[in-house]
Ligand binder design. Structure first.
Ligand code: FWO
Ligand code: ZN
Ligand code: ZN
Length: 390
């Protein structure tokens, strides 16, 4: 089945102007100013994209797809994600992870959920591990997980500078990054270590030590939650200006920000203005992850749940509120994560890439249509393909 997406304004992320897209099966088959189909070709679906921005499907590189949480006891374990919570946000690729709780959440369940999401129509990968070191794995070795299990693209989210971490030494982290790096090299994957940065005073010191004293490059690490406070944001900007990658968490709800949490869209603007290359910045939602609040005695006094739709909201706000150019804000949720995570067929609108396409209504700047691997999942903002039990 072919689809012709006609008359939209294409941001690939770079602006391409009005273009027609021909989708052939699950790939972008052609991309031209004007594509006309001979009448004889009746079995082609024409999608009218006039008045719409046409952008690549968003990539959310940090989602607790089997749920997370638990910091307030068993009743605070968060629910697993359902398909439409992902697709309605314009997200067509997710990377799943475990968090604080690496006991009642397990790697085999994470892999099964990623496979389930793939069967339901989107693209899903996972990190092996959880907060803790030694790392929870499927095969018993993080390197072997990366090499042998197609969906495993790296290790994460490994917690540092956090009272909930396993207090890994710099040595522990260096060895972990070495496993991820060699596992990635041997399997053609990124072998990224997704690092959960907490509020602790040591901030990014361990990563900086490894980058400065071993052969492991900064590109091996993606520290996330870099907007969790202005102090951490500033540390992230210093790190980013030296070439490190920083990931900002979009679920920190603007209304309920911790005393000095930085809204992701604002963090993007601040970092870019401070001289961090936009190519080194990504957003991720921390969807279904818990958003716990701890008091001075580090007791959990409240808990929210991250939402995948925040990644689209923060992309929109970056453009409409913080004045970030559209193509730059779009890179942060498409091309950058695709490049950093080596998701070869993802992240841009180019012939031969996966047909992951989102139509955004130019009037309301809302998600109108979502196409994942050539299949329409969302139409006029409503999920036309739902998860098995939705
Ligand atoms: C960035 C802040 C606001 C949220 C962040 N969430 C997680 O790391 C995920 C959570 N622990 C889970 O396991 O579900 C945090 O707790 O620090
Ligand atoms: Zn985290
Ligand atoms: Zn998380």
């Amino acid at each position: 089945m072919m689809k012709l997406v006609k008359g939209g304004e294409v941001y690939a992320p770079h602006y391409m102007g009005k273009m027609d897209l021909l989708l052939v099966a699950d790939k972008i088959g052609d991309l031209k100013e004007e594509i006309n189909i001979p009448d004889a070709m009746l079995d082609i679906e024409v999608i009218d994209a006039s008045g719409k921005y046409v952008i690549p499907g968003l990539i959310d590189s940090h989602v607790h797809i089997t749920g997370g949480g638990g910091e307030g006891g068993f009743k605070t374990r968060t629910p697993e994600i359902m398909l439409s919570a992902i697709t309605k946000a314009g997200v067509t690729t997710v990377v799943g992870c475990l968090g604080t709780d690496g006991t009642t959440r397990c790697m085999k369940g994470l892999l099964a959920k990623a496979r389930g999401l793939e069967e339901e129509g989107i693209t899903a990968y996972i990190y092996t591990g959880s907060y803790q070191v030694p790392v929870r794995t499927i095969t018993g070795s993080a390197m072997d997980d990366i090499i042998l299990i197609d969906k495993v693209i790296g290790i994460g989210e490994i917690a540092i500078s956090d009272h909930r971490s396993s207090q890994p030494t710099v040595e522990d982290l260096a060895k972990l990054a070495a496993e991820a790096r060699v596992g990635g090299i041997l399997s053609g994957k990124a072998g990224i270590v997704n690092i959960h940065l907490g509020d602790g005073a040591r901030h990014l010191e361990a990563l900086i030590h490894i980058i400065e004293h071993t052969e492991i490059p900064a590109a091996q690490f993606v520290p996330t939650h870099m907007n969790r406070s202005m102090k951490v944001m500033q540390k992230g900007i210093e790190y980013g200006k030296k070439g490190g990658i920083i990931d900002l968490t979009t679920s920190s709800d603007p209304e309920f920000l911790e005393e000095d949490e930085v809204k992701a869209s604002t963090g993007l603007k601040i970092a870019m203005d401070a001289g961090v290359a936009v190519e080194n910045i990504t957003f991720s939602s921390d969807g279904q992850g818990s958003m716990p609040t701890f008091n001075k005695k580090k007791e959990c006094i409240g808990l929210g749940v991250g939402k995948v739709d925040s990644i689209f909201r923060e992309f929109r706000d970056a453009v409409q509120v913080d004045g970030v150019p559209m193509a730059d804000a779009l890179k942060v949720v498409t091309e950058n994560p695709a490049r950093i995570l080596k998701l070869k067929n993802k992240g841009t609108i180019e012939i031969g890439k996966d047909a992951d396409i989102v139509l955004v209504d130019q009037e309301t700047f809302t998600v109108d249509t979502v196409i994942a691997k050539g299949k329409v999942m969302v139409k006029q903002g409503a999920a036309v393909v739902k998860g098995t039990f939705e």
